[in-house]
Design a protein around this ligand. Structure first.
Ligand code: ATP
Length: 132
């Protein structure tokens, strides 16, 4: 895999740092890539050649996206069984956890909603000017 010191390269199934999440694709780890903290989204071990083709398509599209409110793709590994996306690390944990925790002031909620909307607008319409 493209991450970690040589010792972890010999045991690619070992966690890169720690598991920070899980989704339909597989597990998500916190790790480092070229000196930066990243999120490594690793495909399940059974993904195989079909998984690699699908990841290649996703990475091609994803690599073109550049927006402050969209997590950036840093690298990709297309060699089964080490299929993974290496992404900018979104610190602070899931938004769902922040919303379920202590009360968030309305002005902060509004700012978060604006940022989400800007990212979504970019994904749907391209780089429209952001005026507010
Ligand atoms: N770039 C990231 N930075 C920090 N944490 C992340 C990042 N990407 C994912 N995570 C964590 O991992 C969890 C699962 O990832 P994600 O939400 O992408 O899976 P998913 O919704 O199942 O997506 P998919 O359908 O592509 O598998 C997230 O809820 C989040 O906690």
């Amino acid at each position: 895999p493209p991450w970690g010191p040589p010792s972890t390269r010999r045991t690619p199934q070992a966690p890169v740092a720690e598991v920070i999440g899980a989704g339909g694709f597989g597990r998500v780890f916190r790790g480092t890539w070229r000196g930066q903290v990243v999120a490594v989204k690793a495909a399940r071990g059974d993904a195989g050649a079909a998984g690699a083709a699908s990841l290649r398509r996703e990475a091609r599209l994803y690599a073109r996206l550049r927006h402050p409110n969209v997590v950036a793709l840093r690298a990709v590994c297309l060699e089964p069984p080490h299929l993974c996306l290496v992404m900018e690390f979104a610190a602070g944990g899931p938004l769902s956890r922040a919303l379920a925790g202590r009360r968030v002031p309305p002005a902060v909620l509004l700012d978060w909603a604006r940022q989400v909307a800007r990212g979504m607008r970019y994904l749907h319409q391209g780089d429209a000017p952001c005026n507010g």
